[in-house]
Design a protein. Structure first.
Length: 205
């Protein structure tokens, strides 16, 4: 009985609006602490089970390429070999037998995990490929980081690297999500620290 309870405790089920059941599975998206979440929605023909588009969204947020050839080949194979389909960047399964809902939850969750891995398994090209959490707070901090990085690409008197305003808004690295901290510390190594380019606009003598 303890084993059964432990297994059941790995899953969390929440009743949302309109009869939607939100199931938080123990599976995680690779390299993150984001767990795969599957929705079970009543439909005219039974139940629709889907990932709510989160696998594609999180992959894109992590710098993944949904148009990459391996991803497109996987999607094509999915249509012919799996009960899970790909519609509007969402993984979906349709069942009319309630007894099949649980197995199909696993099928959709597994497909979401595979899709994320394929989409993000690309060489890192820039710091914009940082993997961050799916929370609104993490997305906001990542957007601020990108905006400030873009601003620093061409520093001059009219566009300084840091202003009083941006300094006041800045987060300490220790306050960022752990995955983002690790990524930043690996990228900005002391031996590889960039040297600011000299600017020719409004030179100081």
């Amino acid at each position: 009985m303890n084993i059964k309870n432990d297994i059941c405790a790995l899953f969390e089920a929440y009743q949302d609006e309109h009869g939607v059941l939100r199931v938080v599975t123990p599976l995680e998206y690779s390299g993150t602490s984001d767990r795969v979440i599957v929705r079970v929605r009543p439909s005219a023909s039974g139940f629709r089970i889907d990932d709510n588009g989160e696998a594609a969204f999180l992959a894109s947020l992590a710098g993944g390429d949904m148009g990459a050839r391996p991803v497109q080949r996987w999607i094509e194979d999915l249509r012919g070999t799996s009960s899970v389909s790909w519609e509007d960047e969402t993984l979906i399964a349709q069942v009319n037998d309630e007894r099949l809902v649980a197995p199909y939850i696993f099928s959709v969750a597994e497909a979401a995990q595979q899709l994320y891995v394929l989409a993000t398994a690309l060489p890192e090209k820039s710091m914009r490929n940082v993997i961050v959490g799916s929370s609104a707070c993490s997305r906001q901090k990542y957007a601020s980081y990108v905006a400030m990085k873009n601003q620093a690409d061409q520093p001059d008197d009219d566009n300084p690297e840091w202003t009083d305003e941006t300094t006041a808004r800045a987060d300490r690295i220790d306050d960022l999500p752990q995955s983002l901290q690790d990524k930043l510390r690996r990228a900005v190594h002391p031996h590889n620290a960039p040297t600011p380019d000299a600017t020719t606009k409004n030179p100081r003598h």
